[in-house]
Design a protein around this ligand. Structure first.
Ligand code: FAD
Length: 639
């Protein structure tokens, strides 16, 4: 074969590696696939199928060094060689750093993954401070192949734009499908004619996403999260006004001598801030300066100083009104930022800072209100409609907005996305929805307090498994009662019996095979029946099961109080787990202990003291409540 033909894919790969915009990265990747005669539809999606073909066809030293890195990461046992989530289809809303990094995890797990991004450009020059584990993570994925300067020496930061470019390239190589200029609007529930979860996107007639079915939907769309069903809580602190600005880096000798300020606060270096105030009348609480593709500054300014310098026109107690566009004089904001930059870099009077351009083609300077930050109340939900379940989750700024000047945005963002990938894995493994939610929400409780100091420090061992990262992990911190509302199902436990198979007739889960013959029990419940009808049927169903154990639930209310009815239900399905004859009606405490041990040890039910208490209490409540509790156990038995 002629040399130029052999070399062409490698040359195209080089173009792809060096591409620096959203558009050119996507185009060069399309070119590469075309030249390699790769047809996505033919090779299929997920299971790392595209990646496997690329690694066999691209053999330059640069590509090989990249494959070596990705292959090493891909060997982590959670991924099961790219088959762990082979039947899972994920849709991620937002191609910010967190959405893209999550897409990489989904691809490594073997899922089909589609990312939609409403913008057509990566234009944020602003710089993210990176925690040490994030640097290790990115290096392990081959970030330096795409950006040689990444994390050289003491540099622990990267522009948002550059990070997106790196992650986009890795995601594409791993088979993630990414569509720009596509806005997620809302989910579409499954119906009889269209039996899968889909979404409304704009443009409505997009050739791929408009017909894409998925069972995992993740909101990675920044602070203005667009996924419905998630509540956010506002955390209000004292007024904090952040200013970010970016100036063109001409790489002159003078600029090369500017010293970075990795974060200095007034309380630690009052002299710096006092001198700044004396010389410029600018009063700041802290400042960060990073030299990157641009000169990037982020500072927290005192309100009075902004009023004195004419940046803010009028004082208002409400932060939103105070920083409203019509109350800010943009030219004065630019002057304010330039004066601070001039002082912080000790630049000469001849040197003039020139603003870089932002997304809108104007000077890249912005003022933010950090007074109120939003956290999602919950990280996940599982919704079931017409027998189809979907796991929904939030990551990144959608989940937890951090105070950037402390540099926690990417650090916490990456932690949260790994936790989400772990929940996707559990969901894909058909764990019971309540169990998936208990674990996800328990881990989420640790996120906001996590710092580089209180998390594990062997970064090479980090994986999506939270146990590899959090020091004091209790994955059952939440109780089922606390998260039950996050499982929104239009189905109630229904059981069918056919040829010794137990089937949940209203879900798409894989049926569990049993070898033992079961007593015939009422099967399909009317989907349009009212609650009383359903409960009556459930009670009948319970009665029928326990009948053979000489237990009558309706007449003998003690049957639940001493746990015999519960144990009978378990024994009916799993006689191997419980020696029913050994239970004594007059020893309720010991019966409950046996029951809880089985639930915890054998059925892996997330059962803790709070749940135990609520179960015991529910035994004293209505028959419907008792049946509801038993149905949790039964569902667990089925899956
Ligand atoms: P983002 O980076 O915000 O990405 C969300 C993506 O979702 C965006 O690309 C958006 O276009 C897309 N999107 C939104 N809605 C939809 C939709 N309906 N359909 C499709 N796509 C959608 N952190 C710092 O540490 N330092 C800084 O200086 C700094 N500056 C920032 C400046 C701005 C303007 C913003 C918005 C954030 C800044 N941050 C900064 C925060 C930092 O960018 C985030 O913590 C980090 O990028 C992780 O964010 P993310 O991926 O969760 O979301």
């Amino acid at each position: 074969m002629p040399t130029d033909v052999i070399n062409k894919p490698d040359e195209l790969f080089e173009i792809f590696v060096n591409a620096q915009t959203f558009k050119t990265i996507l185009h060069s990747f399309d070119d590469l696939c075309r030249v390699l005669r790769i047809d996505r539809k033919l090779i299929g999606y997920g299971k790392r199928s595209l990646y496997k073909i690329l690694t066999s066809k691209l053999t330059s030293w640069k590509s090989k060094s990249l494959w070596a890195k990705i292959d090493k990461r891909g060997l982590q046992k959670e991924y099961e060689n790219g088959y762990a989530c082979a039947d899972t289809k994920v849709c991620i809303v937002g191609a910010g750093p967190v959405g893209l990094r999550l897409a990489i995890e989904c691809a490594l797990l073997g899922a089909r993954c589609v990312v939609v991004e409403k913008r057509d450009r990566f234009s944020r020059h602003n710089v993210l401070h990176l925690w040490p584990y994030v640097i290790t993570d990115l290096k392990n994925l081959g970030a330096k192949v795409f950006y040689g300067k990444f994390a050289t020496g003491q540099i622990e930061h990267i522009s948002i734009r550059q990070l997106q470019c790196i992650l986009l390239k890795i995601a594409l190589l791993l088979g993630v499908e990414i569509y720009q200029n596509v806005t997620f609007i809302d989910t579409i529930e499954p119906t009889l004619t269209q039996p899968n979860w889909r979404a409304h996107f704009e443009p409505v007639s997009h050739p791929v996403v408009s017909t894409y079915d998925f069972n995992v939907l993740i909101g990675a769309d920044g602070r203005r999260n667009s996924l419905h069903g998630f509540q956010h809580k506002e955390f209000r602190g004292k007024l904090a006004i952040g200013i970010t600005c970016n100036y063109v880096n001409h790489h002159t000798r003078e600029e090369q001598n500017f010293e970075e300020i990795s974060g200095v606060a007034k309380i630690y270096n009052p002299q710096f801030f006092n001198e700044l105030q004396q010389q410029t009348s600018i009063d700041l609480e802290n400042i960060v300066y990073y030299k990157n593709e641009t000169h990037y500054f982020v500072m927290t300014a005192k309100k009075q100083s902004l009023l004195d310098k004419g940046v803010i026109l009028q004082d208002y107690p409400d932060a939103a009104r105070l920083l409203a566009r019509d109350n800010v004089k943009f030219s004065q904001l630019c002057n304010f930022a330039c004066e601070a930059a001039q002082f912080a870099t000790k630049s000469t009077s001849q040197f003039k800072f020139e603003f870089a351009e932002n997304h809108y083609g104007t000077a890249d300077v912005q003022m933010f209100d950090f007074t109120s930050l939003f956290h999602a109340v919950n990280a996940s939900r599982i919704v079931e409609r017409n027998g189809k379940q979907i796991l929904m989750g939030l990551v990144g700024d959608s989940l937890l907005e951090s105070f950037w000047p402390t540099g926690s945005g990417a650090g916490l963002g990456f932690f949260g996305l790994f936790d989400t990938a772990w929940a996707i894995l559990k969901f894909a493994k058909h764990e019971h929805p309540l169990k998936v939610l208990v674990e996800r929400e328990s881990v989420y409780m640790l996120l906001s307090q996590s710092t580089p100091e209180n998390t594990k420090n062997n970064y090479q061992l980090y994986s999506i498994n939270p146990a590899t990262r959090y020091q004091s992990l209790n994955s059952k911190m939440c109780t089922i009662e606390e998260i039950r509302h996050l499982y929104d199902s239009d189905s109630i436990p229904t059981i069918d019996m056919n040829n010794n198979h137990i089937i949940s007739t209203k879900t798409n889960r894989t049926p569990v095979r049993r070898t033992q013959s079961f007593k015939q029990i009422p099967s399909t419940l009317p989907s349009n029946g009212n609650n009383t009808e359903k409960e009556t049927l459930l009670v009948d169903w319970c009665e029928e099961i326990v009948d053979t154990y000489a237990i009558e639930i309706k007449k003998d209310s003690k049957a639940f109080q001493n746990s015999l009815a519960f144990c009978a239900i378990i024994h009916h399905y799993r006689p191997d787990l419980i020696d029913f004859k050994s239970l004594q009606p007059d020893r309720p405490i010991s019966n409950f202990q046996i029951l809880f041990d089985i639930m915890h040890d054998q059925l892996s039910l997330p059962i803790d003291r709070k749940l135990q208490n609520s179960l015991i209490l529910s035994m004293k409540s209505s028959i419907e409540e008792r049946v509801r509790q038993s149905s949790i156990v039964i569902l667990q038995l089925l899956y």
